[in-house]
Design a protein around this ligand. Structure first.
Ligand SMILES: [Zn+2]
Length: 85
């Protein structure tokens, strides 16, 4: 599993998931983040055989996930998009 940095919108602010006071809410976000981290760990670039790096997920006020990560090239982005799409 790749490490995933999870942030959550609280009002107008963006806070780390560890700062979310409601433990049930925090664990739901963590579980969603870990799910993505597990999937991304299995996806490698067909050209460079690398996985995504520096994976970040932000959940907005509606609970929509916005995924960001570093990739070696566009091919990895295509593979990730196909797997998570
Ligand atoms: Zn690549």
């Amino acid at each position: 599993m790749l490490p995933v940095r999870i942030t959550v919108a609280v009002g107008a602010r963006s806070v780390p998931v560890d700062d979310v006071k409601d433990a049930r809410v925090a664990s739901a976000f963590r579980a969603a983040g870990q799910d993505v981290g597990r999937k991304l760990a299995t996806i490698t670039c067909p050209v460079h055989a690398k996985t995504a790096g520096n994976v970040r997920i932000h959940f907005d006020a509606r609970g929509n996930a916005n995924l960001q990560y570093d990739s070696c090239c566009a091919e990895l982005g295509v593979a990730v998009g196909r797997a998570l799409g």
